[in-house]
Design a binder for this molecule. Structure first.
Ligand code: HEC
Length: 277
């Protein structure tokens, strides 16, 4: 449900926190543009966008500009071949979202509520109001059931900046090498989502389970056929394994097979350590 709105400038300057904050765009940590709200709304038509806010699970209408159009203008369309967007919020929180998600789903940068209500949302867990501005990343989730099912993930509020980064900027020890195949990059995303909290690569990550790369990569001593079975369900190999089946929540078996193959491609892509050093 989208309507193109005619914006009356007075309405913006009166109510929006965004009006007094600039939005900073960086490429690999280097500032390329810092823009004000009026410049942002000149880059792309503002729209009234209706979404279900995952914080209170209620429908809200926001004034917003389409993220992809803004990125196309500021970064140039090559951002679409990039790896990840790292965001900065007022309190220093820095979530990051893969570029892929921006390409496959629709998002906007919201800067105000479209109705007279304040640009806030009330948390269901503690009843407190959360200030959403200066800027708030929102996603189409009335039709997009995948986004809907992911809840608050990827909806940073109090946003003040975007940085287009490569995986190796943020995860120097974990990232697949720069020229890695798209399959390996996909595998890295899957690994981060499903494995990193328990496993490390080169010492970076969780330590509930063993390190998987240093000094010897697990794909070297586990053969691929058995590794695939392990990743489906470790108890098929070790009756009392402490590792839970990682993809239990994923209902589509073909998707599970694909993700397992991608993880293996990623694990194999990580540069070998030289043991003599
Ligand atoms: C909840 C924590 C947890 C998660 C999530 C998890 N693992 Fe594990 N993993 C473990 C534990 C604990 C072990 C040791 C289990 C054992 O020895 O029976 C293990 C063992 C392994 C092993 C065997 C290593 C060896 O040398 O024996 C591999 C390979 C592995 N995990 C890969 C993965 C991958 C890939 C993912 C993501 C898809 C993943 N794990 C997700 C906890 C986890």
């Amino acid at each position: 449900m989208r309507f193109v709105a005619l914006l009356i400038p007075v309405m913006l300057s009166q109510a929006s926190v965004a009006a007094s904050h600039s939005l900073v765009f960086k490429n690999a940590g280097r500032v390329i543009q810092e823009i004000q709200l009026d410049q942002l709304t000149r880059l792309s038509h503002s729209e009234q966008v209706q979404v279900i806010n995952p914080v209170d699970d209620a429908e809200h209408t926001y004034l917003a500009v389409p993220t992809a159009t803004v990125f196309d203008t500021i970064f140039g369309t090559s951002w679409r071949r990039g790896d990840e967007i790292l965001m900065t919020c007022l309190d220093g929180y820095q979530p990051s979202i893969p570029v892929k998600r921006f390409l496959e789903h629709t998002s906007w940068i919201a800067f105000n509520a479209a109705d007279p209500n304040p640009f806030e949302v009330r948390s269901r867990s503690n009843g407190k109001s959360i200030q959403l501005g200066p800027y708030y990343l929102i996603w189409e989730n009335k039709q997009d059931t995948l986004i809907r099912s992911e809840g608050e993930e990827g909806w940073p509020y109090q946003l003040i900046g975007f940085d287009l980064i490569s995986f190796s900027d943020k995860f120097p020890k974990l990232a697949p090498p720069l020229g890695a195949s798209p399959h390996a990059k996909e595998g890295f995303l899957v690994f981060r989502k499903y494995c990193l909290k328990c496993h490390s690569i080169n010492g970076e990550g969780g330590n509930v389970g063993p390190e998987l790369h240093a000094p010897v990569n697990v794909t070297e001593y586990f053969n691929e056929k058995w590794l695939k079975i392990w990743l489906k369900d470790p108890s098929l190999i070790r009756r009392n394994s402490k590792m839970p089946a990682p993809f239990l929540a994923v209902k589509d078996p073909k998707k599970v097979d694909r993700m397992i193959q991608q993880i293996i491609t990623y694990l194999k892509s990580i540069p070998k350590l030289r043991l003599s050093q």
